[in-house]
Design a protein. Structure first.
Ligand code: AMP
Length: 249
């Protein structure tokens, strides 16, 4: 069984992002970029399925700039067998990404596609759902457990106030939540081995898809700066301020 894993290159979660002076977007100059954390969980899950003998091949795919090869090499170091980069500009809409991924699904015919539940840069939380709609595959989003049994994937989903288990008929799409697994670190020997694993570079034109966006970004603004706090001398003063200044009690 082939497993396809979608991997996005994003600003590293430790970076304090800055908005560009012209408000056109986030400043990416000299910023550390990494694999989206939810995609790391997706890679880990696929590699575990391979280690259990349930998956025969794990293919990592990214849609993005040439530099996204770095994140694909990381996926290869974590245990993916080969990688595909659909090379195009940085700022694509989720629908354009889902269409490119759909073309890769058509080409590779995986039984399972694992994506992160959301990318931490744009927080869209929609690529997996769009891919499911485009392919017509069953979807199990926000997965905290995935169990394969024959031609079914039993997926436990994290929903408001509890857990829901759905049985998906393969081929299916799963998106990962935080508690699905704890991703491993890539070891140095595996990082070296990953350099020799196959990485195919395709263009959207090779796949016959258009990545034209259906929207444009009007403005990006940083959140308003927080006002400095004040120290109060007593509980009575605190209560007075909450009542008369903040007017919250
Ligand atoms: P989003 O819908 O943008 O929050 O992203 C959810 C998930 O879709 C990510 O965790 C990835 O698995 C996948 N994804 C989003 N953008 C890309 C991309 N450019 N290339 C590959 N996978 C992506």
């Amino acid at each position: 069984m082939k497993v396809l894993v979608a991997v996005k290159r994003v600003v590293d979660y430790n970076v304090k992002v800055r908005v560009k002076a012209d408000n056109s977007g986030v400043d990416l100059a000299n910023v550390k970029m990494s694999m989206n954390p939810f995609c790391e969980i997706a890679v880990e899950e696929a590699v575990r399925l391979k280690e259990k003998g349930l998956a025969s091949e794990v293919i990592a795919v990214s849609v993005g700039p040439t530099a996204a090869q770095e994140q694909l090499r990381t996926a290869l170091a974590l245990g993916a067998d080969r990688a595909i980069l659909v090379e195009c500009g940085e700022d694509l809409s989720s629908l354009a990404i889902a269409k490119a991924l759909k073309a890769v699904v058509d080409k590779e015919q995986p039984q399972l596609v694992i994506l992160g539940k959301q990318a931490i840069d744009s927080d869209n939380n929609q690529t997996g759902q769009m891919l499911a709609a485009l392919t017509g595959y069953a979807q199990g989003t926000f997965a905290s457990k995935v169990e394969l049994a024959g031609d079914t994937a039993n997926v436990t989903r994290e929903i408001d106030g509890g857990l829901q288990t759905v049985a998906l008929k393969l081929p299916a799409i799963v998106t990962t939540d935080l508690r699905l697994n704890e991703p491993r670190y890539a070891t140095l020997p595996n990082i070296m081995k990953a350099k020799k694993k196959p990485l195919e570079v395709l263009t959207p034109a090779d796949l016959g898809v258009s990545t034209a966006s259906t929207y444009s970004t009007v403005k990006v603004e940083a959140p308003a700066a927080r006002n400095a706090g004040v120290k109060v001398a007593s509980v009575a003063e605190l209560v007075d301020k909450l009542k008369n200044e903040a007017k919250v009690i």
